[in-house]
Design a protein around this ligand. Sequence first.
Ligand code: PHB
Length: 359
Amino acid sequence: MPSLFDPLTLGALTLPNRILMAPLTRARAGRSHIANALMAEHYAQRASAGLLIAEATMVAADGCAFTGEPGIYDDACAAGWRGVTDAVHAAGGRMQLQIWHPGRSAHSSLNGGVQPISSGERAIQGLINTPSGKQPYEQPRRLRDDELPAIVELFRGATRRALQAGFDGVQLHGAHGYLLDQFLRDGVNDRSGPGFERYGGSIENRARLLLECVDAAVAEAGAGRVGLRLSPLAGSNDLVDSDPEALLAYVAGQLGARGIAYLELRHMDPALDAERRIAAVARQHFPGPLLRNGGFSAATAQAALDEGSADAIVFGRAYIANPDLVERLRAGAPLNEPEPKTYYAAGAAGYTDYPRMAA
Ligand code: PHB
C-alpha cells in the first residue's frame, strides 16, 4: 500500500507526495478580486504539498459571496494569479485553481445589486456577512434552461484564463451547496415545467449542468488537468438530497467515463459510517484517483490509503497553520494550531506568519 510520501499520478500531473492542500477561502484579494503578492507568498510557502488547490475563485464578476474573494473572470484577474503561480512553480510546487459560482449563496450587496441565481427559488435559511453587517440570504432567481449555456461558458472561460495564468489545471467546485450543487441536489432543485425541465427532476437532469461545465473545462484543459470536488453528505448552505448515494453513483460513473484527473470528496468526519459508505460508492463508480478531505490526521490519512479508500488526502485546517505540513508529517513533528480570528482577516497576520518547524 502506498505511503502518504509516495508519488501519485493525478491525470497529467505527477505529484511527489499524497498530501494535498485544500482550497481555503482566506479573503485576502480585497475589493478588486485580483490575487496579489501576499497571496503569492502564502501559497509559495506551501509548495511542498503534492498539489496546492487554490481557494474558491469567482467565475463571474457578479458571483461573489464573500468580501475579498479572488476572481478569474477577466484578464486582470488572470494577470494577478500569474504572480502566484510563478511563485509556486519557482518554489517547486504544482497548483490548480478551484473555479466556483456561489449561486444562491451570494448576496446582491456584494454584486452591484444583482439578485443571486439558482436552480430554484428557495432562499438559504440563515444569515450572510455583507459589507453592512449580517443580513438574511435573499430569494434567488430561478435560471431558465436557456440561460444555462451562459453558465457553462463562465466555467469554460475561467478554465481558459486559469491556464493563461499558469495553473496546472482546475478543480470545479461541485460541493458545499454552491451553484453546481444547487442543481445536483433535490433539496433546492425542484425544477419542472416548460423552460425548466431539462435540468430538473431525474438525477440525469440534475447532473446535466455540472457535467456540461466539466465537459467545457475538459475541452479547454484536457481531462488530465480537470478535477472535481463533491460533498454528497454536507449540509452546508442549507442543502440536502433525498438519495445521495444514487446521485453520487451516477455522477461518479459519468466522471469516470470522461477520464477526469480526480474526484475529491469533501467529508466532515472520516470516522462516520455514512461517509465511509459514500467513499465506497465513489470508489465503485469512479475508476480514477479518489481524494478524501475532512478531519484527517496523519494516522487516519495513512489508514485510508492502506485500506484503499483514498489515493491521496486533502488537508484544510492543518495547511492554514503549517506551511511545511509535508515535512512535519514526515518527521512526526507537532503541528501549529490555526487561529480562526485571522481566517478571513486582512493582511499577513495568521496568513504568512505561521512558523516552519525548527531545523
Ligand atoms: C466552501 O467551499 O465551503 C467555501 C467556498 C467559498 C467560500 C467559503 C467557503 O467563500
